[in-house]
Every structure is written in C-alpha cells, then in structure tokens.
Design a protein. Structure first.
Length: 381
C-alpha cells in the first residue's frame, strides 16, 4: 500500500498535542513529517523522540497586538521561514496542512500550487481574537480563506469563525481542544482534599486560578473584583494562584494594596504537582482577557470543578456557555465580576462534579485524530 505523504507545518508540538500526531504517525497508510518553526527543543520530549520532526530554518520575531475590547496587549510570534519551501519540495508531500493563517501558510500555499497538491489550514482563531488583526493580516487571511482546499477547526468557536468567513461547511473538519481527561480525573481523585487543605493551610471555600502571570490572563481583574467582597467574607475563604510570570510582583503589590488576606501565590509547579491544586479547589476561575481557547478550563472540568470563565475565550464559548457547569463572566466589568464571586461563595457545589465530567468527556483527542484522518483520506489521495 502506498502511503499518503503528509506535511504538517507548525511552530512546535507541545505535550498536549503529542498523542494526536503520534496516532497519525503510527498509521500504516500515512507518512507524516512535521515541519517546525521553533528549534526542536521547543517541542515536548516525546515528540522529539517519536515523531518525524524537521526544523525549517527561519527568522522568529515577536510583535505586540492590542485588543481594544479588553484594553490589553498580547505578545505573538512571527516566523519568516526562509528554508520552508525548499524543505517541503524535498519531501514531495501529497498534501500540506499548515497550522496558522499568516506568512508561513502563504508560502506553503504557493508550494502546494507548484506541486499541484491540496493545501489545508488548521486554525484555532475565534471571532473575538480575530478583531485585533492588522489590515495586512486581514488581506492574507481573506486570500487563504478563498484559496485553501479545506480547513481543520480546533473547537466550535473556531469552526464558527471559518464558516463566518465564507467557507463551505463541507470543507471544514471539526477538531477538539483537549487534554487527557482520564489523567486529570484519576490523578485528582488520588489526593485527599482534607490533607491538602491542611498541608497548604487553606480555609473556607477555595478559589483556584492557574496560568502564566501575564497581563492578558486578567488575574488583576480577579483581585479587583475579590476586593469588593465584604472583608469578613473574604477572610473566610482562600484564593490560590498557581503560576509564574512577569506580572507576579505587580499582582503581589496589588493584593497588598487592596489589603486582601488568604491569598496563596504558589509560583510555578510541575505537571505532576498541578493536579494537587485542582484536587483541593472548590471553584476554578478563568478571567482571561483574550484566549483562542484556554486548556485550563478543560483541566478544571476534568477535575470535577465548576468554572467561572471569561467570555473572551474559546473554551468558555464551547464548554461553559449553556452547559450549567459554572458561569460566564466579563472580567472587564469588575463590579459584575464581584457579584458573581459573591454568589459562588455560598453556592451548593455538590452537583457540579458529574455535570463537569459529562461536558468534558466527549472533548477527546481522538476526535481530532479522526478529523485529520478524514481530511487526509479525502484530499490527500
């Protein structure tokens, strides 16, 4: 049997995406080669050891985009892949799948035209994050929306964004933004909550936040909203913030300025340590000001937690809106955010563990493998 040669173009393969590409790599009818823009060391160790990765040399730059709706900047990567066209030509693929809608994909599209093969794009973009793109990005994306053979959309909001840009539904294959649900459920269940509470010296209801401490994650909005609760009520409960980053000092100064007690800055932890904090939590808070997704929402739901999730994130739109597993928040509206927190200081949480699992369990990496497989079989013949 002749294998279908598939060229995938992306920045790197993170740990949470490894299973997807490993499954595709192990298919008897697919010859998968992943062209990465970042050095091989930026991909997870399992990907380095098991996948056919190739580093395409180029220039990696950073630029800032500004989100008017939430008044926050985001640092993004711009890759100029000098060697990518030649690298793809040498591989001679039957289909190219590119993981972005910028310069890299534009170059790869023209390679596909020369080779007379299908060109597909995978996209995570959602309507909310697309609002901030520059005019030249709009020109490139409109061109790619019209010229690409097919699309892989990562999550329902990304699917809706592609369709909104005039792409026929028959050309769009649905993926999922997923984590290893069973891992989070079983590992979190292995911890005894009273023991962890005692170890961390926590009291009352525990509100957990995790992520990189950068401005766009909205942690400052949470503390501003939390500070508006009655002091006596705040002192009954605990806030746990797991993560590190450039905003750590600013957040600690803000907490001090607002005279908030019972805030625990944990700092950076390993992936093996993180489930302990989900195990001890009662409510997960996700106040991001801009996110195409937000996998911490998946982790929290797989851990059985209700989620207070920002309306500006893709995960919220698919997993929390209309799902009764928490509540959608607007972190920019601090007064409204505070009212939501007040409500969740006293809400009955007993029903949310089962609800959360029912919502998250179908969001599995195998859905994405099947979507890639279906696209490759249809267009990569």
């Amino acid at each position: 049997m002749k294998k279908i040669k598939v060229a995938v173009i992306t920045n790197a393969i993170p740990n949470y995406r490894f299973k997807i590409f490993n499954d595709l790599h192990n298919r008897n009818d697919i010859d998968l080669k992943v062209f990465v823009s970042f050095s091989l060391g930026k991909s997870c160790l399992l990907a380095q050891q098991n996948l056919n990765l190739f580093f395409s040399k180029g220039l990696n730059l950073k630029y800032k985009s500004y989100h008017k709706s939430t008044k926050v900047e985001q640092v993004e990567a711009l890759n100029i892949p000098f060697s990518l066209p030649v690298d793809i030509f040498k591989f001679k693929p039957d289909i190219i799948i590119s993981g972005e809608m910028g310069l890299k994909s534009l170059m790869a599209y023209f390679v596909a035209r020369v080779l007379k093969i299908p060109f597909s794009i995978w996209t995570e973009e959602i309507n909310e994050t697309a609002k901030q793109i520059s005019w030249i990005q709009k020109v490139i994306r409109n061109y790619l929306f019209n010229k690409s053979t097919s699309f892989l959309a990562w999550g329902a909001p990304a699917y809706e964004h592609v369709i909104a840009n005039g792409v026929a539904k028959s050309k769009v294959f649905r993926c999922t933004q997923s984590v290893d649900n069973e891992y989070w459920q079983s590992t979190v269940s292995s911890f005894l909550k009273p023991d962890v509470r005692k170890e961390l010296n926590l009291s009352g209801r525990i509100f957990l936040l995790t992520g990189r401490l950068v401005a766009r994650k909205g942690f400052d909005k949470f503390f501003l909203a939390w500070s508006k609760l009655p002091e006596a009520l705040r002192n009954q409960h605990s806030v746990v913030l797991v993560g590190d980053g450039e905003e750590m000092l600013n957040l600690k100064e803000l907490v001090s300025h607002l005279s908030i007690n019972n805030v625990h800055f944990i700092g950076s932890v390993t992936q093996q340590e993180l489930p302990k904090f989900y195990a001890v939590a009662d409510v997960f808070v996700f106040p991001s000001l801009v996110d195409v997704w937000g996998l911490v929402v998946n982790e929290a739901l797989a851990s059985g937690l209700p989620v207070l999730a920002s309306k500006y994130a893709g995960a919220t739109q698919e997993l929390v809106c209309k799902q009764d597993v928490g509540q959608v928040i607007d972190p920019v509206n601090v007064n409204e955010f505070s009212e939501v927190l007040l409500e969740w200081c006293d809400k009955d949480l007993s029903v949310f563990k089962t609800r959360a699992w029912n919502v998250i369990s179908p969001i599995d990496y195998k859905v994405t493998v099947n979507a890639f497989d279906a696209l490759i079989k249809e267009y990569g013949k």
